[in-house]
Design a protein around this ligand. Structure first.
Ligand code: CMC
Length: 443
């Protein structure tokens, strides 16, 4: 098995660094600049505070690299996404999800033996501890499945004590495989619990995505008809969501992990962050928006609202913090959407007509062109997932299933980084200066 390199290679860094200078209020500071293999270089400001007694300020991290990484690269201006150097469209077109998992975790595409060994190891971990079944029963039936995911994934650390020692590379690897393997089982059980159907155990003869669909949609009363086109679409959706460098949930996982927290707790933190509508919740929001628009003649009204500063409405599934061009995942997602609807004989799905017309109008509109707002992955994923049979509450759960490998690969990289320290941002304090306590009867 390929071993992951330490993210910080000292000789490489020395070779690829340059001296920078920053002058602030008349004082000049020497700040090293590190060149990247592709993309922007970084200015190392880690000694800035010691030298200048000043912090840097960058809310939302728009200009701050929080770590060094060799996993995923995004060029937002040109709409490029690479996993370990491989373009996302090539991986989605030619590979499968478990192969991308191996690539993200270990750095290279597996050969035949490596893949079969990896698949075998993942397959051996798909079942969930039997006692965890009772854990589900503590949730209300109408609980949001993301709330269940946060709880159940956090609880894994209470069940798998033999893989929580973060200082043991073998335990780190076992925890990683366990999480990739168990996440579909946990997600399918959250779904089955919500709809009051019995849990369906994993079937190791099926591939990763076919097994997931089977756990979600088969029932003991009748045979479930598996459709390879739908399983392939699910697999592709998983590939598209597998990693996205230092996004909010991944940064959350890294930050949680920087304190030495166990990997299950860190992934639970990532799931909690992903739930927000600006991140993983956007596909659910995009589908609701398309349903609300309802038909193509209502589109101009919603375009007008999206442009109106006094209206909080935004076109969900449009715009991205990093992509200022077409999201490369959206291209594959749009194609997958058409394939799924064709396979299901639902080519005339009215929401698809609304989505395509909305995209066409927005892409010709000066407001969206000027602000570089293009459809993102979530624009077509809601329609596709609904066609696959999932209710909207499950959309973010599916994102979490796929993103687990990215989170865990980034977490491992952080733990293996010799320069890793607890993440502890500073602040620009603008609150009251020191004042004395006032007794209650004098306030
Ligand atoms: N509809 C209308 N206007 C928009 C939209 C939109 N979807 N997105 C951004 N804008 C405008 C925004 O009003 C602002 O205008 P101005 O400069 O005049 O104030 C400008 O574009 C820049 O927006 P921003 O909010 O400063 O940009 P950001 O980088 O902070 O936000 C975003 C990125 C994804 C949160 C935002 O585009 C958005 O809210 N989009 C809708 C939600 C969505 O689809 N999210 C999924 C992201 S992809 C999934 C993932 O990778 O997690």
């Amino acid at each position: 098995m390929t071993s992951i390199q330490s993210p910080v290679d000292e000789s490489n860094r020395a070779e690829n660094s340059a001296d920078g200078k920053l002058t602030v209020e008349g004082s000049t500071y020497d700040l090293p600049i590190y060149k990247s293999s592709i993309g922007p270089a970084v200015v190392d400001i880690s000694r800035m505070y010691a030298q200048s007694d000043m912090f840097t300020y960058d809310p939302g991290f728009t200009s701050t690299a929080s770590c060094e990484s060799k996993i995923t690269y995004i060029d937002g201006g040109n709409g490029i996404l690479l996993y370990r150097g491989y373009p996302i469209d090539q991986l989605a077109e030619n590979g499968n999800f478990l192969e991308s998992c191996y690539l993200l975790l270990y750095g290279d595409l597996p050969n035949k033996d490596q893949f079969s060994d990896f698949e075998n190891r993942i397959t051996r971990h798909t079942m969930l501890h039997e006692q965890m079944h009772s854990f589900y029963k503590g949730f209300r039936r109408d609980a949001h499945p993301m709330a269940i995911m946060v709880g159940v994934v956090g609880a894994l650390s209470a069940f798998y004590h033999d893989s929580t020692d973060i200082n043991d590379p073998v335990q780190r690897d076992v925890a990683s495989l366990r999480m990739i393997a168990k996440m579909p089982t946990i997600a399918a059980m959250a779904y089955k619990y919500a709809i009051g159907q019995p849990f369906v155990p994993p079937q190791n003869s099926l591939d990763y995505s076919a097994n997931f669909l089977n756990m979600c949609f088969s029932v003991p009363a009748e045979e479930y008809k598996r459709d390879p086109v739908l399983a392939r679409a699910m697999d592709r959706i998983f590939i598209l969501h597998a990693d996205h460098e230092q996004n909010a949930s991944t940064s959350t996982v890294r930050l949680a992990g920087s304190s030495g927290a166990n990997p299950f707790a860190c992934i639970a933190a990532g799931i909690a962050c992903l739930w927000g509508p600006s991140h993983g919740g956007a596909n659910e929001a995009a589908l609701s928006m398309l349903e609300e628009i309802g038909s193509v003649e209502h589109i101009p009204e919603y375009i007008k609202r999206a442009k109106d500063k006094s209206d909080p409405f935004r076109l969900m599934g449009f715009g991205h913090r990093v992509y200022k061009n077409y999201d490369p995942r959206a291209t594959v997602m749009q194609k997958t959407c058409h394939e799924v609807l064709d396979a299901l004989g639902a080519r005339d799905e009215p929401l698809l007509q609304v989505a395509m017309e909305l995209e066409r109008i927005a892409r010709e509109d000066e407001y969206f062109i000027e602000k570089k707002l293009y459809p993102n992955i979530d624009f077509y994923s809601g329609i596709t997932l609904r066609a696959l049979g999932f209710p909207a509450e499950m959309f973010t759960v599916l994102f979490a299933v796929a993103r687990t490998v990215g989170w865990i690969a980034q977490w491992k990289e952080m733990i293996e980084d010799p320069h890793q320290r607890i993440g502890r941002p500073r602040q620009l304090y603008t609150g009251p200066t020191q004042r004395d306590y006032i007794p209650e009867n004098q306030r």
